[in-house]
Write a new protein. Structure first.
Length: 410
């Protein structure tokens, strides 16, 4: 039984720490997943709290895993794991049966699982959690209680700050399909030998008050007495899904600019604001100033938003405001506003409003090396992440040493 508890502690600790970390790297992604759940279960009044709840959840996951793995306040960590499993195991069963959201988001965008795969994973973790829970009274503390609580609270604070830095400067590790270096046209292309989704299409026509269903082979194309009512499509066979399948930019007059922008051999900077009304006016103004610089420097500049026409009427500053799908815009960049730099369909740069390079650095003659330097991650985020990792590793190693040598503090 001791070996089983040891194995359970290692697996639970690593899985929970990993799950918490990949979500903390992309806090907005976790918040969007909460919003999807609230929408599916008709709990829209909770949407404003999505980000706060996301931070609370992945912090609880990480600290529970850290506590179980390290031994600091291990009994409390076991309780935390058990509570989380008791909540999410039946929830994932409901999701697997009803399928209101295709991906639970339990590992963020790093690893995608179906709802049934997630439920199966939770069953295994629940068994391990029960093993730990039944042996919780045999756990001994390795340091004085006050010192252990200080360590736990310190890690919580440092971890929350880590998530907020990723929120501000964009993800330390970008698991999204629109990461830097991605060629959008290639990511939208179905590889040779693969097939897309197959649908059966039927048409509903009406004549003399009677509605009838037709297929492509027998619909009454030459009989004007039949009036078209609606078209129905049903998924027959699920096919290959390209990494990017929803990138589209539409001009105010309805013209689709997607191919024109992706085929441009020069640089194109796209400023993305999923909702202009939700963005800080000062941050938008900074983007507008950059837009003036880009147009003077021979760089294409577009503003893409999912804002309503009424909202766009408030902006009459000479820029081209294009429209795009809100979900797609939130997937492209986790910032409002955020920016991507394209060249021949390739994402050369990606920034949030916080780490946007000075406008003077943008020119049509930028070399690949210059863009690479401009696109470097925030030094503060990188250094902080390294320090946080070092602190966690030192604490894990020191706790292992104290366990092996039998050292403990009263």
């Amino acid at each position: 039984m001791k070996i089983l508890r040891f194995i359970s502690r290692i697996i639970i600790g690593l899985v929970f720490m990993f799950s918490g970390t990949v979500k903390a790297v992309d806090p907005l992604g976790s918040a969007y997943k909460f919003s999807d759940y609230f929408q599916a279960f008709h709990l829209e009044f909770l949407k404003p709290f999505s980000l706060l709840l996301a931070i609370l959840l992945f912090t609880a996951e990480f600290i529970s895993g850290f506590s179980v793995l390290s031994g600091y306040r291990q009994k409390s960590g076991i309780w935390g794991v058990m509570i989380l499993m008791l909540i999410f195991t039946p929830l994932t069963l409901i999701l697997a049966i009803t399928n209101p959201v295709s991906d639970c988001g339990c590992f963020g965008d790093a690893i995608h699982l179906t709802n049934w795969q997630t439920f199966g994973k939770n069953i295994i973790l629940m068994i391990l959690a029960v093993i730990l829970f039944t042996g919780r009274n045999q756990v001994r503390q390795i340091r004085a209680a006050k010192r252990e609580w200080f360590i736990i609270l310190m890690i919580i604070v440092l971890f929350v700050i880590f998530s907020l830095l990723n929120l501000r400067y964009l993800q330390l590790f970008d698991f999204l399909p629109y990461k830097t270096g991605t060629n959008i046209p290639e990511s939208m292309r179905i590889p040779e030998g693969k097939h897309g989704d197959e649908y059966s299409t039927t048409f509903i026509y009406e004549k003399d008050g009677v509605k009838k269903e037709f297929t492509l082979e027998n619909y009454p194309a030459n009989d004007s007495a039949w009036k078209f009512v609606e078209q129905r499509s049903k998924l027959v066979k699920k096919g290959y899904k390209t990494p990017i399948h929803d990138f589209s930019i539409t001009a105010p007059d309805g013209t689709n600019l997607t191919d024109e922008i992706l085929s441009n051999r020069g640089y194109t900077l796209i400023m993305i604001s999923k909702r202009l009304k939700d963005a800080d006016p000062g941050k938008l103004e900074k983007g507008f100033q950059l837009g003036v610089r880009c147009m003077m420097a021979g760089i294409g500049f577009y503003i893409v938003t999912a804002s309503s026409s009424a909202e766009l009427m408030k902006y009459n500053n000479g820029f081209t405001f294009c429209t795009g799908d809100e979900t797609t815009l939130k997937t492209i960049v986790r910032a409002n506003p955020g920016y991507i730099l394209l060249k021949n369909g390739n994402i050369s740069g990606k920034w949030s409003w916080a780490n946007l390079p000075p406008k003077e650095q943008f020119s049509s003659s930028m070399s690949a090396r210059q863009v690479e330097r401009m696109n470097n991650k925030s030094p503060f985020l990188v250094v902080y992440s390294i320090l946080l990792t070092a602190i966690v590793l030192v604490l894990l190693i020191s706790s292992l040493f104290m366990r092996n040598t039998g050292v403990s503090e009263n």
